[in-house]
Design a protein around this ligand. Structure first.
Ligand code: GRG
Length: 334
């Protein structure tokens, strides 16, 4: 379908994202309800990086996000009346903060903080996604990022059986480190670059990057670049545009972004654009979607591609938003 193009087709991508919100009469729109709030976060962040956040109806988005908030338990669901989850809770907060609309949405953020905190099993250093107890480095990142965005990181200083929650988290991440310096989704699980991002970014937020074997992990991350310039998520796997985010964000936080061949990766991301309908796919010739559109645009942003706003590699939100909150950490962008 798509042929490699030399330049970013920003206008087409904006049009593609706006049209997704107008596809209410399609089956796929309804079949993706369980991802809707994540989808809106991917859309808002892409548009913001492309300098077109005004392209979506701000008050309609705020109203929708408000309807996803469950005032009884404090969490967000991905669609009104669905079950709440830590992933949709982070997305809900990210959207409202990017739109500077937390107060406007009338969300009681102290309830959101309590919702997050009760998702940590007692005495453990990890968080679960919901009340059913699944653990994954993703969920611990979501908890730490949400608490930080809401200015409630100090709640992790609370001491329980002689150790602070923060120390328990650091100890859990330390146990997750593999021989290659990377992280899987749990202790002993295979290193995967998506999980590496969650661990590195979470540790950056709580100022404990010292437990990471920086050169070892950065070597493993830079080995993810394949012949055509794209990155894969782990050895022997296919390249995919979304790893332009998961790999580059971790390298940026570790100050080793220059260990990637920038020009080859830019050309791989651009070759996955759909020149007719807009959007970016996982790889050239595939159908585009908003997830890969965000992570393609965010990858280009970290590589210093012109006319894209800077993305913060720790929070995956615009740098200007994170600076407004005073949460900027140390990292290097190209
Ligand atoms: C705010 C950016 C942001 C994230 C929130 C949800 C989350 C926290 C992080 C997800 C991290 C993660 C695990 C990303 C990887 C997603 C992905 C493409 C998985 C594919 O896995 P496989 O095994 O693919 O299907 P491979 O490429 O290994 O064959």
């Amino acid at each position: 379908m798509s042929e490699s193009t030399a330049k970013l087709n920003a206008d087409k991508h904006v049009e593609y994202i706006v049209n997704l919100g107008r596809a209410e009469n399609t089956l796929s729109y309804h079949l993706t309800e369980h991802l809707r709030l994540n989808g809106i976060y991917w859309a808002i962040t892409s548009l913001s990086l492309l300098g077109r956040i005004d392209a979506l109806d701000r008050s309609a988005v705020i109203e929708y996000v408000g309807n996803c908030w469950n005032s009884s338990n404090g969490g967000f669901s991905s669609h009104p009346n669905h079950d709440t989850h830590i992933l949709s809770t982070l997305s809900g907060i990210q959207i409202l903060i990017t739109l500077d609309a937390v107060e406007e949405a009338k969300i009681d953020t102290s309830k959101v903080v309590d919702y997050i905190l009760q998702l940590r099993p007692s005495n453990q250093g990890f968080f679960t996604g919901d009340e059913w107890g699944e653990s994954d480095t993703r969920f611990t990142y979501c908890a730490i990022s949400t608490l930080s965005l809401l200015g409630a990181l100090d709640r992790l200083d609370q001491v329980e059986s002689g150790t602070s929650i923060k120390q328990k988290i650091v100890s859990w991440f330390t146990q997750c480190i593999n021989f290659d310096g990377g992280f899987g989704n749990n202790i002993g699980a295979e290193t995967h670059s998506g999980q590496v991002f969650t661990a590195v970014a979470a540790l950056a937020i709580i100022d404990r990057l010292d437990i990471i074997h920086t050169d070892n992990l950065s070597w493993w991350l830079s080995e993810r670049q394949v012949q055509n310039g794209g990155l894969n998520g782990r050895p022997q796997k296919q390249e995919d545009v979304c790893y332009s985010w998961w790999v580059l964000s971790a390298l940026s936080i570790l100050h080793r972004l220059h260990w990637i061949n920038k020009d080859k990766l830019i050309s791989f991301i651009l070759s996955a654009q759909d020149p007719d309908c807009g959007g970016i796919a996982d790889r050239p010739g595939d159908v585009s979607d908003v997830f890969h559109t965000l992570f393609g645009v965010a990858g280009l942003s970290m590589l210093g591609y012109p006319e894209i706003e800077r993305v913060d590699p720790v929070y995956c939100m615009p740098v200007k938003t994170i600076e407004r909150l005073g949460l900027k950490k140390s990292y290097t962008l190209l």
